[in-house]
Ligand binder design. Sequence first.
Ligand code: ADP
Ligand code: TRP
Length: 321
Amino acid sequence: MRVLTGIQPSGDLHIGNYFGSIRQMVEAQNENETFAFIANYHAQTSLKDGKKLAELTMQAAIDFLALGIDPNKSVFWVQSDVKEVLELYWVLSSFTPMGLLERAHSYKDKVAKGIAANHSLFSYPVLMAADILLFSPDVIPVGKDQIQHVEIARDIALRFNNEYGDILKLPTYRVDENVATVPGIDGQKMSKSYGNTINIFGEEKKQLKTIKKIVTENVPLEAPKEWKSCNVYNIAKLFLDEAGQKELQERYARGGEGHGHFKLYLHDVIWEYFKPYREKREYFASHPDEVREILALGAHKAREAALPLIETVRSKSGISY
Ligand code: ADP
Ligand code: TRP
């Protein structure tokens, strides 16, 4: 099965991103043909600082390689390194009714938030359709907010196929309902936009400071404590096996330790968990040429995979003459 996913290069990754998305991607590599790319063209819809975007693109590449995207198992590239996507985007635009884009929630939400309604924001789903359809994947794993974009891609593919025959493969989306929402330090969903994140690759002192800010109930040190509803416990459990979870539950129930102790414990657990990834990250960060080589090879593989389809599209739509 071919699985494809695009990731926006949006800065520091947090443990919500890790448990909600990255870990699944890394695990999927073992059973599927995985295609993963850094969606830098998509990021241009909201980020105009070119230097920053270039930096974030490299940072995303380094982060994902460190966290387990394996270029021997996955095709891993930067979106803009396979220009054919822009060509398909244009061809598909003529099969995209305005109404289809006008109904897109993500566009409407962004405009409602006061983001200027420019053309790239509006046509974002067409570029996403091109990202997908260029590689004929079977499945697109998505968060709920992206379901509609995959539906739009299917709709556009159908219209194209109606004209030229059965050329574009209709993908399906998959939403992993088992992935719990990781709470942030305030108990709301962890999200960059809420400023409540624990980052994967932060400095140790900063991480400890953040963890100390986790909101907990106010109970005397000697009293037993509630673990089920405790933000510290609910983050810690993601890193613990069953025995580890039991042990921590018992420490809560026993009393004699305060939330400060549990926070220190959580810090140690997280710091230890990401240690090997940190080391890999340091390696890639100090070998940018190697990272660029990996990305170039990935782009080459992605392009090879896309060429037969784009040639058919050119021929059917009359661009090859
Ligand atoms: P943010 O909300 O910090 O901007 P993104 O929207 O960039 O995060 O999310 C990137 C990926 O990480 C998505 O697949 C999303 O579903 C996942 N993700 C983000 N936050 C969480 C969370 N708190 N719990 C589970 N998954 C999350
Ligand atoms: N729009 C997606 C997001 O914001 C990123 C993305 C771009 C994508 N192209 C894609 C995801 C193709 C899956 C398939 O998260």
